[in-house]
Design a protein around this ligand. Structure first.
Ligand code: 8DG
Length: 117
């Protein structure tokens, strides 16, 4: 999720192995959903705000099988992110992307994210 030239990072609380690490917020695609629909739904559920998708980053990162991480680029269009499941959020400008401890799966997307800010 981006707004004003910054991207939102969110700090996970679960599972224990991932707690305290930062991610680009999202979640699993439900049956019948597109990536974009899942992104809009997950942001609404986890952060209580509305986004509009503008693209998908040209990279896919395998996680624990069978999960594959994709990143949808989306603009905040209504509300402000209020974390429901994360314990912190931060808006990061391009030169701040290294300031948080990203999950390994999210890290390969950072150069591409920088290009979208
Ligand atoms: N974003 C991210 N997720 C990761 C990484 N490594 C890893 O195992 N995961 C796992 C954690 C979660 O099981 C899954 C992401 O799903 P989620 O927990 O955010 O999504 P969700 O809201 O659909 O979750 P749930 O309802 O199934 O609990 O990917 C990583 O590097 N980055």
């Amino acid at each position: 999720m981006r707004a004003g030239g910054r991207v939102l990072a969110a700090r996970r609380t679960a599972p224990v192995a991932l707690a305290g690490r930062w991610e680009l917020p999202g979640g699993k695609v439900a049956p019948g959903e597109t990536l974009e629909q899942a992104g809009v739904r997950e942001v609404r559920e986890e952060l209580g705000c509305e986004v509009r998708c503008v693209g998908v980053l040209p990279r896919q990162v395998p996680l624990a099988w069978p999960l594959v991480l994709h990143v949808v680029v989306a603009d905040l269009v209504d509300g402000e992110p209020v974390p429901q499941e994360h314990d912190a959020v931060r808006w990061l400008a391009a030169d701040q992307l290294e300031e948080v401890g990203w999950l390994e799966g999210d890290r390969p997307f950072l150069d591409l994210v920088r290009g979208w800010l």
